[in-house]
Design a protein around this ligand. Structure first.
Ligand code: ATP
Ligand code: MG
Length: 574
């Protein structure tokens, strides 16, 4: 691409709403334009990278025999009614009506649509297992669209779905897809970790799910990780043990103490001169299902935090929210002074203790009175009923479940997700397949997503420096930035010929033939971050017959004769 014919503009200014490097750089390097909140136009340079990501995904999925389709981006509401998701998807789904007053939405995901295609096509076990995928536009009306393509409202997703007669086949299909993802993200040049993820309240105990996380400081997800134990889990799902806790095993009678204006655990423990592990944190939540709404008291050790995903899964509720101060007041609960004793007289609520709470120890708890706590709370003695569950949020310094290794925290960007859905959709949508004995059975499903546009952002987040993007070779918009510093006609001619040679050799080259100074060309070249820059300087080339090849990542300069240029580039690009 000759830049004098190109459609490319770089920018010095960082847009005000661009908080993280990838977002700033994608705008500054002229890859994308914002068209609205969470909406972006893909410009030529950006689109080329997106297409490269798509093609790597396509090649690897085709290799495992997955079939590419393209489903309509707009899907009828009726399909979503069949699974109850028309109501459950909430504000994320953009709904509208057509002129006949029929419900439609822009697909946020496509389980219903693909299951509909499947049930119209497949009738016999002989046609299974089968996998379908598409690379298509999704729309999710995200509460906080941000970070550019990282969390857009409209974005490109690869979504794949597999169908199976039994769990063994699903497990095999899942593993194939897991391996294909590993191949994809490796080819994309990303540093990634597959992590155990949360399957939600409805997932059966044996259904597997992993997220593929790109390690980056700006990642929105927290990963609990131990290299030694080869353990990696999203914090939502992670199960670890507290490292050694010094419990207070001295049993004393319950006693109320005055704790004026000490709403936080830190303040109470400081006032009473105890460690936070000698206190318990009491959190009130409102758990809602289709049929009821109830208050729940979740308790963890003072320096722990409630993992709300675990709590929601335990309660199997549709929604779980921390009870607001107003609601607490109505229930006669004092924020900062809540505890499990004397509660029944106030209201009936379910009390759940985190399983790390030592039931034989003594703790400080809220007294359910303003400015008062109780000391000497002993769960075994003081609670009518003990209900324990794993509720705590894992944290750095915890131990793996075998107690052998310490975990650390890493931040990650979820670029892919593989998930065993089981029969959730096929059951709701009444899919029946004839097995060997002529009996109708409900097939099992897996679903597998990759955020194509998010991958591009994540790749930049992981690969950039103070001068701009440093693209992984496989997804750079072009491979070579050919910058010329020539004036005399004969050198312009040489430059044109070298460009043609590179093109003919199949190299993807940007030819910066603009009439601007070398400083501008080099700045733009660094900002765009193609793997190699080739410089033809009239003076140097005239004197030595050599060009410079500069590696973007290391700055390493190699001088090459014109006749060796293509061979050298081909070697470097391998
Ligand atoms: P997140 O937790 O980040 O909101 P999700 O778990 O809801 O994502 P999935 O339903 O698993 O997302 O979608 C599959 C993939 O699509 C994700 O792994 C992610 O890479 C990508 N993705 C999801 N939401 C967005 C978005 N708003 N913008 C860009 N990519 C997205
Ligand atoms: Mg996900």
């Amino acid at each position: 691409m000759k830049l004098t014919k190109g459609f490319w503009q770089t920018y010095k200014e960082v847009p005000a709403d661009a908080e993280i490097p990838s977002h700033q750089l994608m705008i500054r390097a002229g890859l994308i334009h914002k068209s609205g909140s969470g909406l972006y136009n893909y410009l030529p340079m950006g689109l080329r990278s997106i297409r490269k990501v798509e093609n790597i995904i396509r090649e690897e999925l085709n290799k495992i025999g997955c079939n590419e389709i393209a489903m309509s981006v707009v899907t009828p509401g009726e399909l979503w009614q069949e699974t109850g998701r028309w109501d459950k998807m909430g504000g994320l789904m953009l709904r509208f009506k057509d002129k006949k007053d029929a419900d439609l939405c822009i697909s946020p995901t496509n389980e219903e649509a693909v299951t509909d295609i499947f049930r119209k096509t497949v009738k016999s076990y002989k046609q299974l297992p089968v996998g379908l995928y598409q690379i298509n536009t999704k729309f999710r009306d995200e509460i906080r669209p941000r970070f550019g393509l990282m969390r857009g409202r409209e974005f490109t997703m690869k979504d794949a779905y597999t169908f199976h007669m039994d769990k063994a086949s699903l497990d095999q299909g899942y593993q194939e897809m897991y391996d294909a993802y590993t191949a994809i993200f490796t080819r994309l040049g990303l540093e990634f970790i597959p992590v155990v993820a949360d399957g939600g309240a409805m997932a059966s105990a044996d259904s597997k799910t992993h997220e593929f996380q790109v390690v980056a400081n700006s990642g929105e997800d927290l990963i609990i990780y131990s290299q030694e134990a080869q353990y990696a889990a999203n914090v939502e799902k992670a199960q670890t043990l507290r490292s050694k806790t010094n419990f207070d095993l001295n049993i004393v009678p319950l006693k109320e103490v005055e704790t004026i204006k000490t709403e936080s655990i830190e303040a109470v423990c400081k006032l009473l001169n105890i460690t936070q592990a000698q206190s318990l944190k009491s959190m009130v939540y409102t758990a809602t299902t289709k049929d009821e709404s109830k208050l729940v008291l979740a308790m963890v050790i003072g320096d722990d935090t409630v993992n709300e995903v675990k709590l929601q899964n335990y309660l199997k509720c549709d929604h779980l929210v921390a009870t607001t101060e107003d609601e607490m007041k109505k229930a006669k609960l004092w924020k900062g002074f809540i505890g499990p004793v004397n509660l029944d007289s106030l209201l009936s609520l379910e009390i759940i203790l985190d399983s790390e709470i030592n039931l034989d120890a003594s703790y400080v708890i809220g007294a359910n009175k303003k400015d008062a706590h109780l000391i000497g709370f002993n769960p075994k003695r003081d609670l009518k009923k003990i209900v324990s569950a794993d509720l705590r949020l894992s944290k750095a310094g915890d131990l793996t479940l075998d107690g052998q290794n310490t975990v650390v925290e890493k931040r990650g960007i979820e670029v892919g997700h593989v998930f065993q859905l089981g029969d959730k959709y096929t059951k709701d949508m009444k899919v029946g397949i004839l097995d060997q004995n002529g009996k109708l059975v409900t097939p099992l499903m897996g679903c597998y997503g990759i955020g194509v546009t998010r991958v591009v952002a994540a790749a930049i987040e992981q690969n950039h420096d103070e001068n701009g993007i440093v693209w992984p070779k496989s997804i750079a918009p072009y491979q070579v930035y050919f910058a010329t510093i020539v004036k005399a006609e004969e050198f312009v001619k040489i430059a044109d010929d070298i460009y043609k040679d590179m093109m003919n050799a199949g190299l993807e080259v940007i030819y910066d033939d603009r009439n601007v100074g070398p400083g501008n060309k080099f700045k733009d070249s660094d900002l765009l971050g193609l793997p190699y820059r080739v410089v033809l300087g009239e003076r140097d080339f005239g004197a030595s017959g050599e060009l410079e090849v500069i590696e973007r990542k290391t700055g390493l300069v190699t001088k090459v004769k014109r006749e060796d240029l293509i061979q050298t580039l081909n070697n470097f690009l391998k």
